[in-house]
Write a protein that binds this ligand. Structure first.
Ligand SMILES: C[S@@+](CC[C@H](N)C(=O)[O-])C[C@H]1O[C@@H](n2cnc3c(N)ncnc32)[C@H](O)[C@@H]1O
Length: 313
C-alpha cells in the first residue's frame, strides 16, 4: 500500500477567521456532560472486541498517522508521556519505544474494553515502560505537572467538552510541556467515510435515526479552526493547527476497507440481520468499485493536528 503525504499546511490559529467556537460544549452543564460521556463509554465498550480483532491489520496505516502527530508533539527519549484515548494502543506503543528505558508512557482510555489488545501487544513487544489506566480525559488521575507531553490520536472528538479536556491536559503538563491532538478533518474529505455513509444510508436510511452508527461525532472537530479553538479554550499557549492530507492508492483486489468497516460499523453489525449485513458490505464494495482506477483505488484522507504549550509560571 503506497501512502503518500501530499500536503502538510501549518497555520497559526490567530490567522484563522470564522473558526467555529467550542462554546456549545462550554455551555453544557456538568450533568449533560456526564450523560454524554456515559453514552460514549457504552458505545466504545460495545465496539471493543471489533477493534481488538481488527486493529493489528491497520498497523501500517497506524504508523503513517502516528508520524506527523509524534513529530508535532516533539516526543523524544527520556520523556514522560500521557497518551489519552489510547484505545487499541496507538500511538502509546510506538511512543514507548521512542522514549526508551529512561522514559515512561501512561496510556489511558475511558473504556477498559478498548485497551485489552493494547495490553497484549505491549507484552508481546516486551515493553516494560508503559502503564495502562482507565481514565476519562476530563478527569485524569495524575498529579499536576506530571508529564512532558500529552498526546491523543482520534480521541478528542468524542469528548462533549473538548476545551475542558485540553484544560485537563494543561493541568497534568509540566510548564513548557506540549500537547498534541490528531482528529479527523471534515467527513466528506476522507474517501473511506464518504463511501461508508452512502452505503449505510442506502441500507439503513437516514443515519441520524440509527443510534448504533455514529458517523457524526468522529468529525465534530473537523472544521478548520475547531481543534485550535479547543486547545486555546483549554488555556494552552502557542496554539497551532495544521492540515495533513494523504493520498493512498490501494490495491483494488485486496479487502483494504474491511478492518475500518468493522471498526466503524461493529455495533450496528451486531444488531443487524444477515441480509442487512450482506447489503451493507455489497454497497460499500460497489462504492469503492466505482472509484477504481485500473488495479487500484485512489483514496483521500484528511486529518488535522493541533498543538499547544503549557505556559510557564
Ligand atoms: C477512535 S478510538 C482511538 C483509539 C486510538 N487512539 C487510535 O488512534 O487508534 C477513540 C477512543 O477514545 C476513547 N474515548 C472516548 N471518550 C473518551 C474520554 N472522555 N476519555 C478518554 N477516552 C475516551 C474511546 O474509548 C476509544 O478507545
Amino acid at each position: 500500500m503506497d501512502w503518500i503525504r501530499v500536503r502538510g499546511k501549518r497555520s497559526n490559529l490567530t490567522a484563522l477567521t470564522g473558526a467555529p467556537r467550542v462554546g456549545e460544549c462550554a455551555a453544557m452543564d456538568a450533568d449533560s456532560i456526564r450523560q454524554e460521556i456515559e453514552l460514549v463509554r457504552a458505545d466504545w465498550a460495545a465496539r471493543g472486541r471489533h477493534w481488538d480483532r481488527r486493529s493489528d491489520e491497520l498497523a501500517e496505516q497506524a504508523a503513517r498517522m502516528n508520524a506527523p502527530l509524534i513529530e508535532a508533539a516533539a516526543v523524544g527519549p527520556g520523556q514522560r508521556v500521557c497518551d489519552i484515548a489510547t484505545g487499541a494502543g496507538e500511538p502509546a506503543l510506538t511512543v514507548a519505544e521512542l522514549v526508551g528505558a529512561e522514559g515512561r508512557v501512561f496510556a489511558t482510555d475511558l473504556c477498559p474494553e478498548m485497551m485489552l489488545g493494547a495490553r497484549r501487544r505491549a507484552a508481546a513487544r516486551g515493553l516494560g515502560n508503559i502503564t495502562f489506566r482507565t481514565a476519562d480525559m476530563l478527569s485524569l488521575a495524575d498529579a499536576d505537572a506530571a508529564f512532558d507531553r500529552v498526546i491523543c490520536r482520534f480521541g478528542l472528538m468524542f469528548c462533549p467538552a473538548p476545551d475542558r479536556a485540553c484544560a485537563e491536559a494543561a493541568r497534568v503538563l509540566k510548564p513548557g510541556g506540549r500537547a498534541a491532538y490528531l482528529v479527523w478533518g471534515p467527513r466528506d474529505e476522507t474517501t473511506m467515510f464518504t463511501v461508508f455513509v452512502a452505503a449505510a444510508e442506502a441500507v439503513f436510511g437516514p443515519l441520524d435515526g440509527v443510534e448504533a452508527i455514529d458517523l457524526a461525532r468522529p468529525f465534530s472537530l473537523g472544521a478548520p479552526g475547531a481543534l485550535g479553538a479547543a486547545l486555546a479554550g483549554g488555556r494552552l499557549a502557542q496554539v497551532e493547527e495544521s492540515e495533513v492530507r494523504f493520498a493512498p492508492r490501494v490495491p483494488a483486489a485486496a479487502p483494504f476497507w474491511q478492518a475500518q468497516f468493522e471498526m466503524t460499523f461493529g455495533r450496528a453489525l451486531d444488531g443487524a440481520t444477515e441480509d442487512e449485513r450482506r447489503a451493507l458490505e455489497a454497497a460499500v464494495a460497489a462504492g469503492f468499485e466505482r472509484l477504481r482506477d485500473g488495479d487500484e483505488v485512489p483514496l483521500a484522507v484528511h486529518v488535522r493536528i493541533g498543538t499547544g504549550v503549557k505556559p510557564a509560571g
